[in-house]
Design a protein around this ligand. Structure first.
Ligand code: NDP
Ligand code: 2IT
Length: 447
């Protein structure tokens, strides 16, 4: 059987078994395509059905989340936790609260998480969860009641040695705090069951900054491979949430000029460089909209609609908002504008067509499961500190984060070269991540 056929057959099987889950299929497709040469080299992988097993989550939980809004009305949302793979450690991955959440979205995120977590080299399996709850416009008390109800079911499925959730879109320090409080109340235990906790009650320094900082550390290696660095580079970053904000902070500290940010309504362009203090105030304190930036900085422009952000000429683009936010046409514009590097802070922000455009044009491309792994890697460091009942200083966690991102870059680069795809970090990340998980599954038998 030709290898192409092997991948195609598994993909057809996954499509038939998981109808109406386009994002999950998209994520599986990319990995299957990349690992074809591994399947050829390692016959035991096909024989023991490692790929067929890896595309099937170990466990999927869906549950009702009833809660009461400030008007006294009963609301009903749907909760999810997909425990995808525990070959390397307890399930680990974020919770996403966003109206677009459904099982297929959580499965794509969980699937990606398995390989991302493997790349970090830390002992964590992969999982993801969330809800179609929309925190936008809700009061703190509404968010708290929702989080408590969500945890009233989730608590029986998680634990510090079983499954350790964290944040993702719509889930930050506030939500983690409410979730942790309810978990503690229900189980009468104080442990590291969640990461991204507040610093005062078991959180790790640098976790808040980690995904954005890690993204920039990874991109630094990509730029180095082109014999250049961040100095005087014009950078476009989409989104204006946790990942985007700390990517801006680190890129600016290394001499880059970040000129744009966005949210789901539109984008801002500040040719003088984004003033991050303003963005932090609007987004972290006031929970406002990115267009409010213009009130403080009248020389900046606001444009309705978030797609136009990719038409701004830049040297480096960091998509940090959501899946499939950057398509083939956007990629062509970036290439035409002489963009030299794209690294994914969000999960799967580039469509397959966009990835192809970048790779064909020789743009350095850092795929999400490698480039944004700094967040979950630092979550693993939070778990270690919790287990030891210790906390490391900022500099120590930051140094470990930097080492982990360097290690991920090296693994991806080397795997790509070893399998005949020098410079292709997509193939490198998929192969390096897959091999770690596959070898652990082979060692552990049929479970
Ligand atoms: P936040 O909720 O803090 O911010 C999300 C940002 O993306 C907001 O600016 C939001 O705009 C925008 N956004 C979300 N959904 C959409 C959409 N459908 N269309 C346009 N814009 C959208 O989330 P994070 O910063 O934590 O997450 C951003 C991305 O990074 C996600 O893909 C997430 O999976 C990924 N990621 C996060 C990690 C983490 O540690 N937090 C780790 C690794 C990856 P608006 O406010 O208008 O909704
Ligand atoms: O996509 C991701 O890696 C995250 N949202 C972070 C997960 C985590 O467990 O820290």
């Amino acid at each position: 059987m030709g290898m192409k056929k092997f991948a195609e057959e598994i993909l057809a099987m996954v499509a038939a078994r998981n109808p109406a889950e386009p994002e999950f299929l998209q994520a599986v497709h990319e990995v299957l395509e990349s690992i074809e040469p591994v399947i050829e080299k390692r016959p035991e992988i096909a024989k023991l059905k490692i790929v067929e097993r890896i595309v099937e989550p170990e466990r999927q939980v869906m549950f009702r989340v009833p809660w009461v809004n400030d008007a006294g009305e009963v609301q009903v949302n749907r909760g999810f936790r997909v425990q995808f793979n525990s070959a390397l450690g307890p399930y680990k991955g974020g919770l996403r609260f966003h109206p677009s959440v459904n099982l297929g979205i959580i499965k794509f995120l969980g699937f990606e998480q398995v390989f991302k977590n493997a790349l970090t080299g830390t002992p964590i399996g992969g999982g993801k969860g969330g809800s179609d709850f929309d925190p936008k416009g809700k009061s703190d008390m509404e968010v708290m009641r929702f989080c408590q109800s969500f945890m009233n079911e989730l608590f029986r499925h998680i634990g510090p040695d079983t499954d350790v959730p964290a944040g993702d879109i719509g889930v930050g320090a506030r939500e983690i705090g409410f979730l942790f409080g309810q978990y503690k109340k229900l189980t009468n235990t104080f442990n590291g069951v969640l990461t991204g906790k507040g610093i005062g009650y078991g959180g790790s320094l640098v976790r808040k900054e980690a995904t954005g900082y890690g993204l920039v550390y990874f991109t630094t290696r990509m730029l180095e491979a082109r014999k250049t660095d961040w100095k005087n580079k014009t950078v476009v970053i989409s989104g204006s949430g946790n990942v985007a904000i700390y990517a801006v902070e680190k890129a600016q500290s290394l001499g880059a000029k970040v000129v744009a940010l966005s949210d789901s309504n539109g984008y801002i362009y500040d040719p003088d460089g984004i003033k991050l203090d303003t963005v932090k105030r609007i987004k972290e304190v006031e929970r406002g909209r990115i267009k409010e930036y213009i009130a403080d900085h009248p020389k900046a422009e606001y444009h309705e609609g978030c797609k136009g952000i990719w038409t701004i000429p830049c040297d480096v683009a960091l998509p940090c908002a959501t899946q499939n936010e950057l398509d083939g046409k956007d990629a062509e514009i970036l290439v035409r504008n002489k963009c030299i590097a794209v690294a994914e802070g969000a999960n799967m922000p580039s469509t397959p067509e966009a990835v192809k455009v970048f790779l064909d044009a020789g743009v350095s491309f850092g795929p999400a499961k490698a480039a944004n792994a700094g967040g979950v890697a630092t979550s693993a460091l939070e778990m270690s500190q919790n287990s030891m009942r210790m906390s490391w200083p900022f500099e120590e966690v930051d140094m470990r984060l930097r080492q982990i991102m360097d290690g991920i870059y090296k693994q991806c680069d080397q795997a790509a070269e070893a399998y005949g795809a020098k410079g292709n970090l997509v193939i490198g990340a998929n192969i390096a991540g897959f091999l770690r998980v596959a070898d652990a599954m082979l060692a552990q038998g049929l479970v």
